[in-house]
Design a protein around this ligand. Structure first.
Ligand code: SF4
Length: 439
């Protein structure tokens, strides 16, 4: 049976899609790229923001047209939206055959099997132990392999739906993660990125996140190791030693600030003040030379005054993130904020505040990248550039994208590139002589 999986949302969802593809392939299903050639379509969904939810609902309507022509086509909704909306989704759409939450993927082979499926089924039991560690992910070949090291989150930030859709925190055994990194190295991957909602909480026997990072850095053939995301409230000191001491550990930290006002942070339940966050960013910078710190920021959280918002802009100026994902607050069903705080910042105010944050971040990113003109950077080549096949795209150790004339490079090559120009998110350069390179 041919199955097409479409993925929405965060990197965790993309990693889950690789897991689901692995699970189905083991059971004899074939993964295809297009719904037109598929006998089953799975939408792996995100519930974190309203626009992600709307995109999935629109897609369900589009796929409904296919189903009208081919009534035997099976359609399933996976992931966070299935978990959070459950019966509401089924009630609103007669296109959907089943819903499967993030802890119930093992039910999929039975749900997809032709003939034997009770229609309109909902599989959304959350587990305290499921980590799918025995299922080999099915990855497209590439340069970077994503490895999920833990699932769920216990932090219950008041705006966030993740603890309700992905359940309680649980970690995969460190040995399994290291073995997966070894398999990726053997398959030609040069980089791995360790994924968790809050990697600081990783625990497995004697191992914590710092010791896991160190072990993965020491896997032969893996040249770069990244991770996302740590929580600022409990960033492990030992992780700084790993970032400073292991040459494979990339000097890149995604550190979500969310807001620059203590009053808003308090209502968000984030567990740190702005000063504590900025001090942590300073400590990371002193310990890890050249580290790039990026962030997430929300505008228009309930009760955010103009003064609170201006404090966020001030914090951005002081933190000088290399990049930041900026969002207008959207109330999510079941969250603590939806129960406690009225969504009282008008839509047009949220839009104005996000635009202002984007403007400030663009300027800071431009300034940071412009300072790198004249440097020579080591780039891991990922793919041809999106704009021209005559150019290659890769990343520096800090995670900054670099575009340069392709010459004779292939994905997975390390090249030294002299930076000759920059844009908001990208460095532009020319390849240097390859002699004297690390690889
Ligand atoms: S740390 Fe907070 S924002 Fe991140 S997933 Fe957990 S609850 Fe959500």
């Amino acid at each position: 049976m041919k199955i097409c999986i479409e993925t929405y949302g965060c990197q965790m969802n993309f990693s889950d899609t690789e897991l689901v593809a692995g699970l189905l392939t083991e059971k004899g299903f074939e993964i295809v790229d297009s719904p037109a050639e598929a006998e089953g379509v799975l939408l792996n969904t995100c519930a974190v923001r309203e626009n992600a939810e709307q995109r999935v609902k629109n897609r369900v309507i589009q796929i409904g047209y296919l189903k009208r022509r081919r009534p035997e086509l099976r359609i399933g909704i996976l992931g966070c939206l299935a978990q959070s909306l459950k019966d509401d989704l089924l009630r609103d759409s007669d296109t959907i055959d089943f819903l499967v939450g993030p802890d119930s993927y093992r039910a999929l082979p039975e749900l997809l099997a032709p003939g034997g499926v009770p229609a309109r089924r909902v599989e959304t039991t959350l587990s305290k132990s499921e980590t799918y560690t025995d299922i080999p992910a099915l990855r497209k070949s590439g340069v970077n392999g994503w490895i999920t090291i833990m699932r769920g989150c216990d932090n219950f930030c008041t705006f966030c739906v993740v603890p309700y859709t992905r359940g309680r925190e649980r970690s995969r055994p460190a040995d399994d993660i290291v073995r997966e990194a070894e398999e990726l190295a053997a398959a030609g991957f040069r980089q791995v990125t360790l994924l968790g909602q809050n990697v600081n909480s990783y625990r497995s026997g004697e191992d914590d996140f710092a010791s896991l990072m160190r072990a993965v850095c020491r896997v032969d053939g893996i040249e770069r190791v990244r991770f996302t995301s740590p929580h600022p409230k409990d960033f492990p000191g030992a992780l700084l030693d790993v970032l400073a001491g292991e040459k494979e550990a990339c000097p890149q930290v995604h550190l979500p600030l969310q807001a620059g006002s203590d009053a808003v942070l308090e209502r968000m339940g984030r567990g740190y003040t702005v000063r504590e966050f900025l001090d942590l960013a300073g400590k990371i910078r002193s310990a890890v030379g050249g580290v790039a710190i990026s962030s997430d920021l929300i505008a228009g959280f309930p009760g955010e005054t103009e003064e609170d918002f201006l404090a966020t802009l001030d914090a951005m100026e002081e933190a000088r993130f290399v990049s930041a994902f900026t969002f207008a607050y959207s109330e999510r069903k079941n969250t603590i904020a939806s129960r406690r705080f009225p969504d009282d910042v008008p839509g047009d105010v949220k839009v104005r505040r996000v635009s202002r944050m984007v403007e400030v971040q663009r300027r800071i990113s431009n300034e940071i990248h412009a300072c790198r003109v004249g440097e020579t950077v080591e780039v891991l080549v990922e793919a041809p550039s999106r704009k021209s096949r005559l150019e290659a795209f890769g990343r520096t150790a800090e995670g900054t994208g670099v575009v340069f004339p392709a010459g004779r490079v292939d994905p997975g090559d390390f090249v030294r590139v002299r930076v000759t120009g920059s844009t908001t998110n990208t460095l532009i350069g020319e390849e240097e002589d390859r002699s004297g390179m690390r690889i």
